[in-house]
Design a protein around this ligand. Structure first.
Ligand SMILES: N=c1c2ncn([C@@H]3O[C@H](COP(=O)(O)OP(=O)(O)OP(=O)(O)O)[C@@H](O)[C@H]3O)c2ncn1[C@@H]1O[C@H](COP(=O)(O)O)[C@@H](O)[C@H]1O
Length: 95
């Protein structure tokens, strides 16, 4: 995954958080319609689905579930007023 895709996705998420456009799934996560609990539940479900896909050696499904996890992880970071740079900094510090 390129750096740009992550940055672009995070920008879209931040835009949804700020402007709350109607009809957006991301907006629903930032409002009472779904909220933080939904994000945490999705991360749990998708992690289980990723584990099952890995056990099946299903590479398409591994990529699909990984993308779902990354999306919901970025939403969670935005909810906590964090951003992609916090993630990059943590990873860089481990090098
Ligand atoms: N990357 C994602 C993304 N990944 C997952 N999802 C949504 O997350 C929701 C939950 O995923 P699930 O697979 O669990 O849901 P599901 O397919 O209904 O399956 P089940 O609940 O039946 O298991 C679905 O509605 C997906 O559409 C996403 N919704 C949005 N994005 C990105 O966010 C951008 C803005 O989206 P909106 O905010 O909707 O405009 C999009 O252009 C995308 O780039």
């Amino acid at each position: 995954m390129s750096e740009d895709v992550l940055d672009e996705l995070f920008d879209v998420i931040e835009d949804r958080k700020k402007n709350l456009p109607e009809g957006s799934y991301t907006t629903s996560l930032f409002t009472h319609e779904k909220g933080e609990n939904e994000v945490l539940e999705k991360l749990g479900e998708e992690t289980t689905e990723l584990i099952l896909a890995a056990k099946d050696d299903d590479t398409d499904e591994i990529a699909y579930e990984s993308a779902d996890i990354v999306y919901h992880l970025l939403v969670l970071l935005a909810m906590k007023d964090m951003n992609v740079e916090d993630l990059r900094a943590e990873l860089a510090e481990r090098r």
